[in-house]
Write a protein that binds this ligand. Structure first.
Ligand code: DP6
Length: 364
């Protein structure tokens, strides 16, 4: 259906227009099998799967008025946490321009966007998944307001498609609990163009799985994810990486179905370390983890070996550690985190998160 996402007809008939506002809350997500490498217009080089989070989210409010100038591009005023942010505004303006083949009516509008994150500013927590999925939700909802529901495709599939164009990982944030993005022979409905929900393929133990995000550094990343994806185009291990990601996904899906925590944990840690191994071996190479990252990983492994409690780590493209564990173990794991791991963290920035229900429409 992505072909039906493009439309020349969706233009506003001015006399019928009434200004309106749409508001959404959209979560971040944490990948279990990582997306690392892309081609074409934001297409992934391998399939990835993630848990949808709950506490780490972006809230967006977008008001739409008819604009009075005749410029052929959307007009934007963008505020982040109450302040005008020229850099963010520029990025969003160029994204809006790039999707005006999908949303031609945007060229007729003045958009005022207010966006804010639930997590502290410069906490090193990647915000593009929540912020770009929130933006895609606002755009698709505005389209629905103006032209009604598109019966040929599902609302959230289109949101996922549009989110992907803004930031790959964002396309996985739009479904409850977990999502898979990228074609995989393991799942017929999967696609490179949008993520699909995988809640039905999950054992109930994962429905409220915990993800505690340990913020070990709040410095800006030395190398952006976009640059990291590009380096995969000429990476000496790229072919092997893409094969292994497919293999890891093929083994992870049955483990997620059965509730096989051991297999899940091994794959998730392998994926995290492989992601950073790819950075260490790219040309130019770079290091995003910190001494504290290794210290925390070692303590987690020792705690698991000593207690038999199922808790595993994963990493994003940065130094922070995500700890994944069943909610039944939260009492014991949380007290281990407080006693042994929080001393490595930036005070007040870590988040005790868990799998969540996906985006939420707010009253405008
Ligand atoms: C390491 O989605 O941030 O978090 O598509 O360029 O916006 P762009 O990249 P982005 O890459 C995220 C990579 C990752 C792994 C993952 O989330 O799968």
């Amino acid at each position: 259906m992505p072909n039906s996402y493009f439309s020349k007809d969706k233009v506003i008939h001015s006399p019928d227009f009434t200004p309106f506002t749409v508001s959404w809350k959209s979560p971040s997500n944490i990948a279990l099998v990582k997306y690392w490498g892309k081609h074409g217009r934001q297409l992934p080089t391998n399939p990835s799967i993630s848990f949808t989070l709950s506490e780490a989210h972006t809230t967006i409010e977008m008001s739409c008025e008819l604009k009075d100038d005749s410029e052929n591009q959307p007009s934007l005023n963008f505020f982040f946490e109450g302040e005008k942010k020229p850099n963010f505004e520029k990025r969003i303006q160029s994204f809006l321009n790039s999707v005006s083949d999908i949303f031609p009516f945007l060229r007729q509008l003045q958009l005022n966007i207010h966006s804010s994150n639930s997590f502290p500013h410069s906490s090193g927590i990647a915000s593009s998944a929540s912020s770009m999925s929130a933006l895609a939700l606002a755009l698709c909802d505005a389209e629905k307001n103006l032209f009604g529901e598109d019966e040929r495709s599902s609302f959230f599939q289109k949101v996922s498609y549009v989110s992907r164009l803004a930031s790959g990982s964002a396309c996985r944030s739009v479904y409850p609990v977990a999502a898979l993005w990228g074609f995989s022979r393991e799942l017929n409905s999967s696609s490179d163009e949008y993520a699909v929900p995988v809640l039905d393929h999950l054992h109930p133990v994962f429905h409220n799985f915990k993800d505690t995000i340990l913020v070990l550094s709040d410095q800006a990343k030395a190398v952006s994810s976009s640059a990291g994806h590009s380096l995969m185009e000429v990476h000496p291990f790229a072919k092997t990486r893409f094969e292994l990601a497919n293999k890891n996904l093929a083994q992870l899906l049955p483990a997620l179905k059965k509730g096989d925590l051991e297999t899940m944990g091994k794959i998730v840690e392998n994926e995290a370390l492989m992601l950073h191994a790819l950075m260490l071996t790219s040309n130019p190479n770079y290091i995003l983890f910190e001494p504290a990252t290794i210290a925390v990983i070692k303590k987690v492994r020792a705690f698991r070996a000593d207690t038999g409690i199922p808790v595993w780590f994963t990493l994003d493209a940065g130094p922070n550690v995500h700890l994944l564990y069943p909610s039944e173990e939260a009492l014991k794991v949380d007290s281990f985190i407080e006693d042994q791991l929080l001393p490595h963290c930036i005070p007040g920035k870590s988040i005790f998160d868990s799998c969540g229900q996906g985006p939420e429409k707010l009253n405008s």
